[in-house]
Design a protein around this ligand. Structure first.
Ligand code: NDP
Length: 275
């Protein structure tokens, strides 16, 4: 396969635009999944403390023979661990489970506005950047108001915001805010947890261009500029999902997919979720 394009983040570091997600993959199952992903060319793995598979992910990465510095590793801090001291301890616990010296990207998993701790937690995490324990800090599930509070109230702009984003939830307004603030957009549940693959428009485009619905949706994310992290534990799909660099969607097809937005949120609403 061709290598994923790289997206340059606002602190100058680069992230492979196509990565591999492991939510709802057990620690045991994460080992063959990540092993397969690395074999077929993914160089970006997205995990979280919540997923309880950091150990398996770390093990698969070490056993792959791919040098650590060639793999971009993201993990996340769950809101129950927010707060100055607990956040740093939470990071160390993740690093220990991964059995790594550093992670490339550490995210606040949700803003959890009801806890009102994300600003002070973010400030505490600056130490990890200063100490070279992380190459970048970012957030996940932040709404525009949460992002502005961080940008206005602290010295570090998140490099990216990882949010639910797929053809039936295109997040046009939030993406505009990201552009304005210099924050990259990363799409979680990029296939709509496979629901969006059944949409007739997606199926028609796939049939016309001779690709699968998943390849069309991943290609749309790439052309829209999103960092994208599809998940699969099926070896043939892991391979299918990375085989997206040999074709291009026309501007009309990109527009047709963009028009499928239906506000179809599959996960919690970040304004009302405290973890
Ligand atoms: P996805 O949109 O990636 O969809 C995954 C589902 O699609 C699985 O059921 C998978 O099945 C199926 N699938 C994958 N590839 C294909 C294919 N080629 N053809 C048909 N079906 C396919 O959902 P996720 O929710 O897993 O999101 C991806 C990643 O985003 C997560 O793994 C996680 O890393 C991240 N995430 C982050 C969140 C956050 O709050 N920050 C929240 C949710 C996700 P199978 O595995 O059986 O092949």
């Amino acid at each position: 396969m061709a290598d994923s394009p790289l997206t340059t983040l606002n602190n100058g570091i680069q992230i492979p635009q196509l990565g591999f997600g492991v939510w709802r993959v057990s620690n045991e199952d994460s080992i063959p999944a990540v092993t397969k992903a690395l074999e077929v060319g993914y160089r970006h793995i997205d995990t979280a403390a919540l997923y309880r598979n950091e150990e398996g992910v770390g093990q698969a990465i070490r056993a792959s023979g791919v040098p650590r510095e060639e793999i971009f590793v993201t993990t996340k801090l769950w809101p129950t661990g927010f707060g100055r001291e607990t956040a740093l301890a939470g990071f160390e616990a993740s690093l220990k489970r991964l059995d790594m010296e550093y992670v490339d990207l550490f995210l606040l998993h949700w803003p959890a506005p009801g806890r009102d701790l994300y600003v002070e937690t973010w400030q505490a995490l600056q130490k990890l950047l200063a100490d070279d324990r992380v190459r970048a800090l970012g957030v996940s599930n932040f709404a525009a108001a949460h992002l502005r509070r961080l940008v206005d109230g602290t010295d570090t702009t998140p490099v990216l915001n990882q949010v639910e984003l797929h053809p039936t939830l295109t997040q046009a307004d939030l993406r505009e805010t990201h552009r304005e603030l210099g924050i990259a957009t990363e799409a979680w549940s990029p296939l709509g947890q496979s629901e969006d693959l059944r949409h007739p428009t997606i199926r028609q485009i796939a049939a016309r261009v001779g690709r699968t619905p998943a390849q069309v949706v991943i290609r749309w994310h790439l052309q829209a500029g999103n960092v994208v992290i599809p998940k699969s534990t099926t070896p043939a799909r892991i391979e299918e999902n990375v085989d997206v660099f040999g074709f291009e969607l026309s501007p009309e097809d990109v527009e047709a997919i963009e028009a499928l937005d239906a506000g179809n949120r599959l996960g919690p609403d970040p304004e009302h979720f405290d973890g």
